[in-house]
Design a protein around this ligand. Structure first.
Ligand SMILES: [Zn+2]
Length: 603
């Protein structure tokens, strides 16, 4: 066992010495670390990792391909011949690849050959995985089977991301660095993901909808986790939110110790623990466990903050079982609509009955509304649920605003007529008009900064192969970082639609089904996240949130700001492939701790 490296040692070594110290991070490609060393001194491993990533990104396509081709095939010839680098041998054996059955070995060989033939470089996967402890052989084979179908550009990028992940783990090993809290947060979420709704049990799919048995089991588990993480108290409230508190330094531990009023207002944080159907393990839950890891560390250090920290695991955000969404955070802001209690689920069970069955007291819902005067603000950590950070190779993102949105369903009516006999100039094609609308939406949103626009549904009722579409129904979803920007985009698209229909001689109808205001981050809270990210040596990336979050609800009563954590697999979410690494989770914990300390210093 060699002594772990330190940043000090690396920063003060000569270039040759430092290059030697970083030898073996990138397979047969020492030029990457060597070039990155020009950016010394490094304040953190995160900064060093990103410096190396940038060398590869800016190196161009040929060096990138050479880097990929310098990698051995997984469970390939080099493994059999025992000619792998020491690092590769370690990784492949951790994943059990050195002990493949002949059938597994043949399957991997075959897929490897297919992959290499298709893309011109070997399939590369960081087989120690997002937790660093090794993927299973079945996970590796499933990933190979999926990725051999990928788009060539995507596969090039995905292999490079895996190369960086391999380097990250090797670098951690060299420095004797373990993301202990990241692993803890990972393990908590893994344990929580064992609870899934009855209909999904045994399928390996994660589904936890409001007040099912699995949902109640999650609440109990989070309650226990909060106490195990040394919260002073944990309670389940009237809508099923689980609330953990870590009291301030003026916390009256016994009546004798009472020291007067709490010295500063409480900081509120948290996210949701319900999921969509067949969802991911981290959506929502990451924002519960990252702060809990901070509480645990504070308690371990015997440290209290001059303010209390309240971590809320919101019972419902996704609107899966009932039509109500943001039910958990809505109850805190006084937006719980009692009419929701009479909604019924697909089995005819009313929300009122479900709540009674869960032992919740509907009469107490009004009392859990928070008084903004008691709180300094709300912060939420959330997995990004998009591809942006993953594509930039940046682990954390600071949210500038949760986008405003507006949704419509619409129909265009033309004239159904014979596809063979109606000349092109005499058609009233409703679907062609929607096609034009789609391109218009794409064009307008692309021109409009961080706006996005989507026509996600389109159908020709009773359409036939030989009939010109007489009717076409569609949906429209527009989002922008501010209300004004959204309104302008909406006006442009609606005007455009009117002109398309006029020109084509068509009728159209539109119904607005939803409108939500933007929730811009409070500048001082956004700056706290920015300071935290910067202090970690992570490049600062500001971004809007295209998806809605609990912070949107809390925005109505408190200043708020969110921190995003990079997702793997192109940031896919609401999907079992949703993932991030325990290293990135650790950075989120570090950023959160930094934010807590900043607030303490300002109190
Ligand atoms: Zn979420």
């Amino acid at each position: 066992m060699t002594t772990p490296l330190t940043l000090n040692q690396l920063n003060s070594a000569t270039l040759d010495e430092a290059s030697a110290l970083l030898d073996g991070l990138y397979e047969h490609s020492p030029w990457i670390a060597r070039a990155a060393l020009a950016k010394r001194p490094f304040q953190s491993l995160a900064q060093l990792k990103f410096a190396m990533v940038q060398e590869v990104t800016h190196g161009g396509r040929e060096p990138q391909l050479a880097l990929l081709r310098a990698h051995p095939e997984l469970a390939g010839k080099a493994m059999v011949d025992q000619s792998l680098t020491a690092e590769s041998t370690n990784e492949q054996s951790k994943a059990g690849l050195t002990h493949c059955t002949p059938a597994e070995f043949e399957k991997i060989q075959q897929l490897n050959a297919q992959y290499n033939a298709r893309f011109g470089f070997p399939f590369i996967l960081a087989v120690r995985g997002p937790r660093g402890t090794g993927l299973s052989k079945s996970e590796i084979i499933a990933t190979l089977e999926r990725r051999v179908q990928g788009h060539p550009d995507f596969e090039l990028a995905e292999c490079l991301r895996n190369v960086h992940r391999i380097a990250e783990i090797r670098l951690n090993d060299k420095f004797g660095y373990t993301p202990v809290q990241g692993h803890q947060v990972w393990d908590w979420q893994e344990a929580l993901a064992q609870h899934t709704d009855a209909a999904y049990a045994g399928t390996g799919q994660l589904t936890v909808t409001y007040l099912t048995d699995a949902h109640l089991a999650c609440a109990r588990q989070i309650h226990a986790d909060m106490l195990a993480a040394d919260c002073d108290s944990a309670t389940i409230d009237a809508v099923g939110n689980v609330v953990g508190r870590y009291e301030s330094d003026s916390y009256p531990r016994t009546s004798d110790e009472r020291q007067g009023p709490i010295s500063s207002k409480t900081l509120l944080t948290g996210s949701h623990y319900d999921t969509v159907r067949n969802g991911g393990k981290y959506d929502g839950r990451l924002g519960i466990y990252v702060p809990l890891a901070c509480v645990q560390a504070l308690k371990a250090q015997g440290k209290r903050l001059p303010y209390a920290l309240e971590v809320v695991a919101f019972a419902e955000e996704e609107g899966q079982r009932y039509k109500a969404t943001f039910l958990g955070s809505g109850a805190l802001t006084g937006d719980f609509d009692t009419a929701w209690l009479d909604q019924v689920d697909a089995d005819g069970i009313s929300m009122r009955d479900a709540m009674a069955n869960a032992g919740l007291d509907v009469n107490a819902i009004g009392s859990i509304r928070r008084n903004p005067a008691d709180y300094q603000g709300f912060v939420e950590v959330h997995i990004e649920q998009g591809p942006v950070l993953n594509a930039l190779d940046i682990p954390l993102g600071v949210v500038t605003s949760i986008n405003a949105s507006v949704r419509y369903v619409g129909e265009i009516v033309g004239m159904a007529s014979h596809a063979g006999t109606t000349p092109m100039g005499q058609r009233r094609d409703a679907a062609a008009a929607v096609a034009e609308l789609i391109l218009l939406v794409e064009h307008c949103a692309t021109q409009d900064g961080d706006s996005v626009g989507t026509v996600g549904q389109l159908q020709v009722p009773n359409g036939s192969i030989n009939v010109i579409p007489g009717r076409c129904q569609f949906s429209l979803d527009l989002r922008a970082p501010s209300d004004a920007q959204r309104d302008a985009l909406e006006a442009k698209v609606l005007t455009g639609l009117r002109l398309i229909c006029e020109r084509r001689g068509l009728q159209h109808s539109l119904t607005r089904t939803m409108q939500a205001s933007a929730a811009p981050s409070a500048p001082e809270w956004q700056q706290r996240w920015e300071a935290a990210v910067t202090a970690l040596g992570v490049p600062l990336h500001r971004m809007p949130s295209g998806a809605g979050h609990d912070a949107m609800k809390l925005h109505t009563i408190l200043p708020q700001a969110m921190l995003f954590v990079r997702g793997l697999n192109s940031g896919i979410s609401h999907n079992p492939l949703e993932s991030t690494t325990s290293d990135d989770m650790q950075l989120a914990v570090d950023a959160f701790s930094y934010l807590l300390d900043q607030l303490a210093a300002q109190a």
